[in-house]
Design a protein around this ligand. Structure first.
Ligand code: NDP
Length: 263
């Protein structure tokens, strides 16, 4: 199937690692031009060098900033317009989860998490909206989590924020139609830097990576018996972002190995 991405421009936030980086690679592999951002300049620059070597410097634009800074998003959007002539698809992926219960989440923690989850969507969307409207194939594809529908008490504020983000996306799918499609993926557990950090902080430091991840999949009762791979989430993102998904908007796609319990 031709996804129709050749010579189109995809912007991926949080593109220096994990699911974002896999999405960048998948989009470049489809012949798209890609603009990516992340906060950490060193890792981003290493990643950009690799991508430019593999796919060509004329197809990659990487800038280090936080998506929580509105002006930086606007400057990035202006640069994308100048360099690539506009943006056809925005993948809002930047972020991370917060492990904490009601008892150990302070008001400041709540504010920080709500700001991250909402404004990591809103700031890039505002910055790229005009370009997406003008694309003729504009799409926004958000990375969200099953926690939106299946909250976990040990991730109380992340779960609540993620439910709110689904509500936001549904409204946007209506308000931005027909010029821009808006969809999301709902992740279960995907092996990435986020889980690598939790593995490194494991209680039993003697446990191997393989055993720790197998144990995690068992404890979470994932029907497919393992965590997802970043590439598996990326394939879904690239499809939803592409013109091949031209009649899909306001939709959510689970990438979870079957771990959801709602219908
Ligand atoms: P990684 O930690 O591997 O990647 C996160 C990426 O986002 C990095 O490039 C990071 O770079 C960037 N990033 C984080 N905060 C910001 C910011 N404020 N501004 C710009 N870039 C930022 O994690 P994943 O690939 O797992 O995560 C991707 C998304 O998927 C996240 O939103 C995460 O919450 C979500 N998710 C992941 C799940 C999983 O199981 N892996 C489950 C549910 C949701 P840098 O730190 O340099 O900024």
């Amino acid at each position: 199937m031709d996804l129709g991405l050749k010579d189109r421009t995809i912007v991926v936030t949080g593109g220096s690692s994990g699911i974002g980086l896999a999405t960048v690679r998948a989009a470049l592999g489809e012949g798209a031009r890609v603009a990516l951002c992340a906060r950490g300049a060193d890792r981003l620059s290493r990643v950009a060098d690799d991508l430019e070597g593999e796919f060509g410097a004329d197809r990659v634009l990487a800038r280090a900033f936080s998506v929580l800074e509105p002006r930086a998003n606007a400057e990035f959007a202006a640069e994308v317009a100048e360099r690539f002539g506009g943006c056809d698809a925005l993948v809002t992926n930047a972020g991370q989860g917060r492990v904490s219960t009601h008892a150990d989440t302070t008001d400041d923690d709540w504010r920080e998490e709500l700001e991250l989850k909402f404004f990591s969507q809103l700031h890039p969307i505002r910055a790229f909206e005009a370009q997406l409207r003008g694309s003729g194939h504009g799409s926004i594809t958000a990375v969200n989590s099953l926690l939106a529908y299946q909250p976990e008490p040990h991730m109380v504020c992340t779960s609540a924020a993620r439910a709110g983000v689904q509500s936001l996306l549904k409204s946007l799918a209506t308000e931005l139609a027909p010029r821009i499609r808006v969809n999301s993926i709902l992740l279960g557990l995907v092996d990435s830097q986020q889980w690598q950090r939790r593995f490194e902080a494991r209680e039993d430091q003697g446990q191997t990576r393989e055993d720790w991840f197998a144990d995690l999949a068992r404890r979470k009762a994932i029907p497919l018996g393992r965590l997802g791979r970043a590439e598996e989430a990326a394939r879904a993102l690239v499809f939803l972002a592409s013109p091949a998904a031209s009649y899909i908007t306001g939709a959510r796609l689970e990438i979870s190995g079957g771990v959801s319990r709602f219908i």
